[in-house]
Design a protein around this ligand. Structure first.
Ligand code: SAM
Length: 192
């Protein structure tokens, strides 16, 4: 059974704790994404929408941000957050557990933070991500290292080398990238 995140108000206290900014470094995550104005970026497993303001600003008024999640209450919460924050380029959308629901070759980037380990059949899922990416676009998986005290129980964590293998199985050109995050790694998978 998948771990559920059904109550957005409850999780907002965790995901949107201002203390998170110190170690999550959202501005540095946006740098890794190499976003440009006008791009389309999906935040898969976006939760309460912690990253949405950062992504919205980076792609600008001509860009598109898709906040995707499997939990209806998270999607409702993100929609309200976007409206109250004036994030007019953000759309929140409910997706299936086994499919990101991306239109073929439609997105430049997919950000996946603390979510990859929740997805089942990840090799098959990677193929669906690859299909949704434009050529040259990429997925960035950000997840907790095995060493850090933060994050989910260690038995649920996935080593970066395994993420590389799973994205590669989907046809993406994957590698661990250098970044300054203290508790997480980043694996990028590029559509050739
Ligand atoms: C730990 S939270 C991370 C939220 C957000 N990425 C952040 O960093 O604040 C994981 C989120 O992934 C969502 N999720 C779990 N399985 C998913 C799947 N198969 N597809 C899309 N979202 C999923 C959960 O509902 C939850 O909102």
């Amino acid at each position: 059974m998948p771990h559920r995140f059904e109550d957005a108000a409850k999780w907002a206290k965790v995901f949107d704790d201002p203390a998170r900014d110190v170690w999550q470094r959202p501005a540095d995550v946006v740098v890794v994404l190499e976003l440009k104005p006008g791009m389309t970026v999906a935040d898969l497993g976006a939760g309460t929408g912690y990253f949405l303001p950062h992504l919205s600003k980076a792609v600008g008024a001509s860009g598109v941000v898709l906040g995707l999640d499997v939990e209806a209450d998270m999607v409702r919460h993100m929609g309200e957050r976007a409206a109250s924050g004036g994030l007019s380029n953000v759309t929140a959308k409910l997706v299936a557990f086994d499919d990101p629901g991306l239109v073929a070759a439609s997105v430049d980037r997919v950000l996946i933070v603390d979510t990859w380990h929740h997805i089942a059949s990840r090799e098959a899922y990677s193929k669906k991500l690859a299909a949704g990416l434009k050529p040259g676009g990429f997925v960035a998986v950000v997840d907790f290292t095995m060493e850090t005290d933060k994050g989910p129980p260690k038995k649920h964590r996935i080593a970066p080398e395994q993420v590389v293998a799973e994205l590669s199985a989907g046809g993406l050109s994957a590698r661990v990238v250098e970044e300054p995050l203290p508790d997480q790694y980043v694996v990028v998978g590029v559509k050739k």
